[in-house]
Every structure is written in structure tokens, then in C-alpha cells.
Design a protein around this ligand. Structure first.
Ligand code: ADP
Length: 561
């Protein structure tokens, strides 16, 4: 680069110097030649004037032959070409510019190539007068060969001098080019080194002015970049430490699916992965599907099972077309949940028989006692019934959880028939409470599902609607919406505050404990509803506002017949 820059400056200087010296040489040559020709012309005019005088005199004394000799003698002596043209012959000489000019202006000249003499001559022509009358024209011509030879010698001398001057100028230009290119080359090589990653390098420059400013700016940039790089690498190290120490399996993938970064926990699961395409290392359909969703821009969050362990997976696309995958090991949580479920199931089972016995004895006692004792027995009965409801609900829940889809016996479900059955079950209860109850159904909404379980879900919803409504109405609907069969239970009851709406489907989650208990609630009804709907691959929507009422909608996929 340095050589190129130097060469460019030097060759530009050299070209300018050579061009200027050639120009000076040519201009000098041309002006010297013009000067010589002007001088020669004046000289020739002087000779021509003397000859014209002499010729006029000789013509007057009629010594024509003497005139011829005289002219030959002058020709020889002065190496000139002299021609006398008498007035009568003038016509045939008018094509020569010197004659034409002499006739017109009294004096004429021309510099031209003579076809006869085969060389360039300078001609002058003046009139020969006798008693004021023009009787002839005399023309004096001299070849330029002599002048050109003279000029050549002169030009050779000038050329020699110019050559020396050019050589010196080139030497100076060489030194100047070096002087200019050296600091620039140093700046260029510094910026190249910075670009190659050698940040922090600087260049020291003696020059003042713009180059100094440029080098200062470059040095500052280099130092700032070094600082920035150090900060960045410190951050990167921190990040690596954090990611490395994460118990979650973590990896970042590029848009073409290549693993750019992953931590030890990730490699523990999938082996060495950096630089590989994800499907080369991940051998789980669930995880691959989740990643594909993330590549399409979805934020995926789901539970997956891999190598006998349970993970909470999150995969999402982040800026710069990257996808981040995190697998959080929840095996122990799952195991704990299972232990809890097993315990609940076992306890519920164990409680079922003694509870039946207790309830039997309470009923017997009810008939056998009276007064204060009867009041105690009634309290006992109320709590035994509540315990019985809880145990039954818990058994339903564990059955749904254990058996999963096997808990369903799937057949055609006629939505309107189901709604009407639930309506007839609750009509007396609603009316007893002074509530109006309506069933609004669309006929012919049939889909595949377990009618017994779905009825159980509707029963729980309508039971809640009546329990949590003091006045107004309860509406049960069934209709088709897009590809869904929808059941809706709407009431004008107490409603559910926004902050509780997300949690009321959890087991034992109740908004108002005393109200739930008073109305015979177990806190498990909605949890059972949610399980049933999810086992069917459906979903639940809730719209509710305190004091205005609630609307629960259950969506089940419609099957195409
Ligand atoms: P519970 O047996 O206590 O009713 P659920 O699981 O059926 O338990 O319901 C959970 C909680 O959700 C209830 O305690 C109640 O606070 C609220 N809830 C359910 N349905 C309704 C409703 N229709 N109107 C108002 N609150 C309701």
C-alpha cells in the first residue's frame, strides 16, 4: 500500500514535471523560431528594398543584362533566390502569396514550401518603381534550412539544460512524495492493524496540521476500541460463567438452526452440540417441534419428557434471528406432585369406607336422639357430608389424573340433550332459590366426547352458578361456533374479581372460603371441569365481573362427519 501511494504521488509529480518541461521546450522552440523568422524577414526586406532601388535604376538606364548579372552576383554572395517579375508577367505569379500581398499592400511575404526547390523558403516581394511607376516586382527568398540547423543546435543545448532541470525536479519530487506518503502510509497501516484486531496500537507523528489531527483521532479511536473490547470480553466472560453455572440446559441457535452457544447442562443432555444443526443433536420430536415453532416466531412453553426426565421447555426467537432454548428440569417437582397425588388418592380411598360407616351411624343416631344431642348430631352430619363430597371429588380428580384419556369413554355427544338433562336436574333447585333458569340450545350440535364426564362438568358449573347467585337468572347454552361445540353457563351472581380468575381452576382455590363452605363447596369443582375439558383437547374461557355475574364457556372440537 505504501509503495502504491508513494508511486502514485511520485508518478503524478513526474508526469506534471515532464509535461511542463515538454511544453516549455516546445513554446521556447516555437518562439525562438518565430523570432528568427521575423528577423530574417526584416533582413530580406532590407535587401529587397536595396535591390528594388538598384533594379529601378538599371531599368531606367536600360541596362537589363547588367541587372541580370547583378542579381546573380547577389544571389551567390548572399545565398538567396532572387526573381524579378516585370509588370507584364505578373499575372502568372499572382498565385504566390508574397506577390499577391505585395500588389495589394506594397510589400508581401510568405513562408512556404517550394515545389521547385523542394524545401521551405521565406519569401519577400517589393515593387520596383521607375519615376513612381511600378514596373516590376522583385522577390527575395531564402531557404530555412540554415535556420532550422541553427535552431536544432540551440534546441539541443536547451534540451540538455532541460534534461538536467527535469532530473533535479524528479529528484525533488521523489523526496517530496516520500515526505507526503510516509505519514499517510503509517496511518493506513495503523488502521489496517486496528481492523485486524490489534486494538490499542497507536502511531506517533511529528507532523502538525491535518495529518496530526487524523493520527490523534485514530489513536484515540484505537484506545477507545481497546477499552470497549475489554469491557465486552469481561461481559462475555461474566455471561459465560452465568450460563455455564445454570442448572437449566441453555442454548442459542442461529436462524439456520445451528447451535451457536450452549452450556454444560445442555451438553450433558445432548452431547457436544456447538456448531451442529439442532436436529443432529436433539433426538426428541417434542423439542424439535418446539424449536420449529420458535423459528416461526412463536413463543413456545411446554412440558416435555426426555430420557425419563421432565422438563419445562421455553423456546423463543430473540433479536438478530436467534432462537433461545431453555430446558428447566422439573423431574423432582413432578415426582413430588406424583407423591402428593398418590397420597391424596390413597387417603381418599382409605377415607371412603370409614366415612360411609360414620354417615350410616349418624343417620341411625339422628333417629335415636333428640333435643340438644340431635343438634350435635346434625352438625356432625353436615361435616360428614362435606367430608364425603371432598373425598368423592378427590377420587374423581385422581381418576382423571391417573387414567388420563383412558378415563373417557368416547361416543357421540348431542349437546342439546346434555344441556336439557342438566337443566332438568337443576330446575327445582334454582326455582327453590327464586332464580330463573333457562336452556338455550342449537339443535344438531354433535361431537365426539364422553357425555358422562361432560355432564359432570356442566353439573359443577350450573351448581356453582346457582350457589353464587342470589337473584336473577342462570342460562345454559349449547351452540356451534366455527369448528367448536360450545357450552356456556352464565349467571347474574356475585362474579369473580379479575385477580382470582386465573387461579380458581386450581384445586382447593376458593375466592371466599366461608361462602364456599356455607354453600357446600369443596374447592374442587372447577378443577374437575378443567381436567375434563383438557382431556377432550378443549379449552375454557371465563368472563366475569364482580357484582355482575360470570360466564364460563367450554369449547370442544367438532368432529366432521
Ligand atoms: P367451590 O366448591 O368452592 O365452589 P369450585 O372449584 O367450584 O369450588 O370454584 C372455585 C371458586 O371459584 C369458588 O370458591 C368461587 O369463589 C368461584 N366461583 C366458581 N363459580 C363461580 C360463579 N359462578 N360465580 C362466582 N364465583 C364462582
Amino acid at each position: 500500500m505504501r509503495g502504491t501511494l508513494f508511486f502514485r504521488i511520485f508518478s503524478s509529480f513526474s508526469a506534471v514535471i515532464l509535461f511542463l518541461s515538454m511544453l516549455i521546450l516546445l513554446v521556447t522552440f516555437a518562439s525562438v523560431r518565430t523570432h528568427y523568422i521575423d528577423d530574417l524577414r526584416s533582413h530580406l526586406f532590407r535587401i529587397a528594398d536595396v535591390l528594388a532601388l538598384e533594379a529601378g535604376r538599371l531599368i531606367t538606364s536600360r541596362s537589363d543584362s547588367y541587372l541580370g548579372d547583378f542579381i546573380r552576383a547577389v544571389e551567390r554572395q548572399e545565398r538567396l533566390k532572387i526573381t524579378v517579375v516585370y509588370h507584364g508577367e505578373l499575372e502568372s505569379y499572382m498565385d504566390k502569396p508574397e506577390f499577391a500581398m505585395a500588389v495589394e499592400r506594397g510589400k508581401g511575404w510568405s513562408l512556404r514550401y517550394s515545389g521547385k526547390l523542394k524545401e521551405v523558403l521565406l519569401y519577400v516581394a517589393v515593387p520596383v518603381k521607375v519615376n513612381g511607376e511600378v514596373v516590376a516586382y522583385i522577390r527575395v527568398g531564402q531557404p530555412l534550412k540554415g535556420i532550422d540547423a541553427l535552431l536544432k543546435g540551440l534546441m539541443f543545448d536547451i534540451g540538455k539544460a532541460s534534461f538536467l532541470v527535469v532530473l533535479m525536479a524528479l529528484l525533488v519530487s521523489f523526496l517530496v512524495s516520500k515526505e507526503i506518503s510516509l505519514p499517510i502510509s503509517r496511518l493506513i497501516s495503523l488502521s489496517k492493524r486496528i481492523a485486524e484486531g490489534n486494538v490499542g496500537e497507536v502511531v506517533l507523528m511529528d507532523e502538525e496540521g491535518e495529518l496530526r489531527e487524523l493520527s490523534d483521532a485514530l489513536n484515540e479511536m484505537s484506545l477507545k476500541l481497546k477499552e470497549l473490547f475489554e469491557k465486552l470480553s469481561a461481559r462475555e466472560r461474566e455471561l459465560e460463567t452465568v450460563i455455564g453455572s445454570m442448572s437449566e440446559a441453555f442454548s442459542v441457535l442461529s436462524s439456520d438452526g445451528r447451535v451457536l452457544l450452549c452450556n454444560a447442562s445442555f451438553e450433558e443432555l445432548f452431547g457436544k452440540a456447538t456448531g451442529k444443526i439442532y436436529w443432529e443433536v436433539v433426538d426428541s420430536i417434542d423439542i424439535i417441534e418446539a424449536l420449529e415453532g420458535a423459528f416461526w416466531g412463536e413463543k413456545v412453553g411446554r412440558q416435555v419428557c426426555y430420557k425419563g426426565r421432565h422438563f419445562l421447555l421455553t423456546a423463543s426467537s430473540v433479536p438478530e434471528d436467534r432462537v433461545v432454548l431453555v430446558l428447566h428440569d422439573i423431574t423432582s417437582v413432578k415426582e413430588l406432585e406424583q407423591v402428593k397425588r398418590d397420597l391424596v388418592a390413597a387417603v381418599s380411598h382409605e377415607l371412603k369406607t370409614p366415612l360411609t360407616v360414620i354417615r350410616g351411624y349418624i343417620e341411625t343416631l339422628e333417629d335415636a336422639v333428640d333435643g340438644k344431642t340431635l343438634a350435635y348430631v346434625k352438625v356432625l352430619k353436615k361435616h360428614a357430608e362435606r367430608l364425603d363430597r371432598i373425598v368423592r371429588d378427590l377420587l374423581v380428580l385422581s381418576e382423571l389424573e391417573y387414567a388420563g384419556k383412558d378415563a373417557l369413554s368416547v361416543e357421540d355427544v348431542d349437546a342439546s340433550r346434555l344441556v336439557e338433562s342438566v337443566f332438568s336436574i337443576f330446575k327445582p333447585k334454582a326455582e327453590e332459590k327464586g332464580l330463573s333458569i333457562k336452556a338455550v340450545v342449537e339443535e344438531g350440535v354433535v361431537f365426539k366426547g364422553d357425555p358422562y364426564r361432560i355432564e359432570q362438568a356442566l353439573v359443577n358449573l350450573v351448581d356453582n352458578a346457582i350457589r353464587y347467585t342470589e337473584g336473577g337468572e342462570v342460562i345454559i347454552r349449547a351452540y356451534r361456533k366455527g369448528g367448536w361445540a360450545v357450552f356456556e353457563v352464565e349467571d347474574t351472581g356475585v362474579g369473580i374479581p379479575e385477580e382470582h380468575q386465573r387461579r380458581i381452576f386450581e384445586r382447593f382455590y376458593v375466592v371466599d372460603k366461608s361462602r364456599s363452605r356455607q354453600t357446600g363447596g369443596t374447592g374442587l369443582g372447577l378443577s374437575i371441569v378443567k381436567h375434563i375439558v383438557e382431556l377432550h383437547g378443549g379449552r375454557i374461557e371465563l368472563r366475569s365481573a364482580p357484582g355482575k355475574g360470570s360466564r364460563f364457556s367450554l369449547f370442544f372440537t367438532l368432529t366432521e362427519n
